[in-house]
Design a protein around this ligand. Structure first.
Ligand code: ZN
Length: 227
C-alpha cells in the first residue's frame, strides 16, 4: 500500500455500501471527494441519495459525471426498459441487473479525477462475499484494474475495498462502529426505484437480510415510518 495522503476519492452511488465506504473514508482521510455517475439509470433517486450522503458527511466536493455511453448500449434492467427480475441471463449466468463494464469505467474515471487532484487513494464499496456474482466486484478484477490504471497513467493508485470480504450484516456493523449508522437512512437500494423501497426486488431482499442478520433495524425504514 502506498503512503496515505490527505485526500481520498470515494465512489458514491447512493447505496448503503457507498455510505459505509464514505463514513469509513471520512474517518481516515482529512479531505474526502465523492464521485457519482449519471449513466442514464432509470431511478434518479440514486443520484439524489448520493448527493445527500456527500452533504451529510461534509465532503470537499461532490462531482457527478455523465456516462451516457452505458445508456446508449442499454440492454439491462437498470438503464433499459427491462423489468427488474431475479432470474439470470441464460448466456452469461449473471442477473439482468449486471451492467457490463460499469465498474471498470467508473473506477477509471474516478482514477482520472484522483490523478488531477493529486491523490492516489480511491475507495469503492465492491464486495465479492454475498453479492449477485458480478465479475467486476471481485478482488482479482480490482487488483488487475489497479495495475492497469497505474501503468496507463504512470501514477501510484491504491484502490481500497473495505467491504470486499465481509457480509452485508458485517458491513452494517462496520458503519455502526464507524459512527455512521444514521447515514443509512438516506441511502437508496431498491432496484425498482421505489421510495419507500418495494421490499420485493433482489436488492431490497439482500438489504433486509443484512439488517435482520445484524439484528439492527433499517434506519431508512425507520425514517419512512415503516417499522
Ligand atoms: Zn426493491
Amino acid at each position: 500500500m502506498n503512503e496515505r495522503g490527505k485526500q481520498v476519492v470515494v465512489l458514491c452511488s447512493g447505496g448503503q455500501d457507498s455510505a459505509t465506504c464514505l463514513r469509513w473514508a471520512a474517518n481516515r482521510w482529512e479531505q474526502v471527494y465523492t464521485i457519482a455517475f449519471d449513466y442514464g439509470q432509470r431511478h434518479r433517486v440514486e443520484l439524489e441519495a448520493a448527493a445527500s450522503l456527500a452533504k451529510l458527511v461534509g465532503v470537499v466536493e461532490h462531482r457527478v459525471l455523465p456516462v451516457s455511453a452505458l445508456a446508449a448500449l442499454a440492454g439491462n434492467a437498470l438503464t433499459g426498459s427491462d423489468m427488474v427480475r431475479t432470474e439470470t441471463n441464460a448466456r452469461s449466468g449473471l442477473p439482468n441487473t449486471f451492467v457490463p463494464g460499469r465498474n471498470l469505467i467508473f473506477l477509471t474515471l474516478a482514477a482520472a479525477w484522483a490523478y488531477q487532484l493529486g491523490t492516489s487513494d480511491l475507495v469503492t464499496g465492491v464486495c465479492q462475499t454475498d453479492y449477485s456474482g458480478y465479475p467486476d466486484c471481485r478482488e482479482s478484477t480490482i487488483a488487475a484494474l489497479s495495475q492497469t490504471l497505474q501503468a496507463g497513467m504512470e501514477y501510484p493508485f491504491t484502490i481500497h475495498t473495505p467491504l470486499m470480504h465481509i457480509t452485508k450484516a458485517q458491513s452494517i456493523e462496520l458503519i455502526r462502529q464507524e459512527g455512521g449508522l444514521e447515514l443509512l437512512a438516506h441511502t437508496h437500494t431498491c432496484y425498482n426505484g421505489a421510495v419507500p423501497p418495494c421490499g420485493e426486488c433482489s436488492a431490497c431482499i439482500l438489504r433486509a437480510r443484512g439488517f435482520s442478520a445484524a439484528g439492527i433495524p433499517d434506519p431508512l425504514l425507520e425514517r419512512l415510518g415503516r417499522v
